[in-house]
Write a protein that binds this ligand. Sequence first.
Ligand code: PEP
Ligand code: MN
Length: 263
Amino acid sequence: LASLEVQPFPTVLEFPTGKTGGGHVLVAAGPCGVESREQTLKAARYAKAHGAGMLRGGAFKPRTSPYAFQGLGVEGLKILAEARRETGLPVVTEVLSPEQVALVAEYADALQIGARNAQNFALLQAVGEAGKPVLLKRGMSMTLEEFLMSAEYILSRGNMRVILVERGIRTFERATRFTLDVAAVPVLKSWTHLPVWVDPSHPAGRREWVIPLALAGLAAGADGLIVETHPEPEKALSDAAQQLQEEEFAELMRRVRSLVGAL
Ligand code: PEP
Ligand code: MN
């Protein structure tokens, strides 16, 4: 169902703030994790002010360690909904299990499937039935064929609104957190009609490399970006080293507009 042979024209997803796919670029920005009302509202305001079309933020965090910050849960979903009311930005947030889908879908405009759940087939089927657009991250050890098969689990349940997100894969290189597979963008776009986005934050792992990776993704043809931002990154409870504060995000958006035009 994802194939260009089945649908020979790009899928365009429309949000109140903009479109993605078919030449339209949308940027989602916001904190790795929702940590407080103040932190999330601040991040949402500057996301909006500098041209983002979507707010991201994790309420349920899939942490490598069970002892690390796990997110605020339902309280976090409520904060995201408040940020949407104030800024008008649609919200994308991660869902970790099939049982959580109904709850998260009550608050979110789009559901994020994280890299660690990219082959959780029960979860993929559940978001396929939830009636909301899905941001599907590539698993860190997935081939592109496997990635598309995960998308098929969602599409085959009747949900055609899927965005594929390249977020970096595991290679032998340790200087960056993951290796952004820039080639995934043109390869996926030659195979599928679905929008393809790049997450430059997780592969960079450090804020100074986020802008070049974002621009590389867009230059390769990406239909959108999902970028981590935090009003005080040094205080972040997760992914502190890679989140952009306001001036850095503003610079990213200036560079994005100079590459792809107005958003
Ligand atoms: C995230 O977006 O904060 C996240 C956990 O991403 P990934 O699933 O790509 O690691
Ligand atoms: Mn993160």
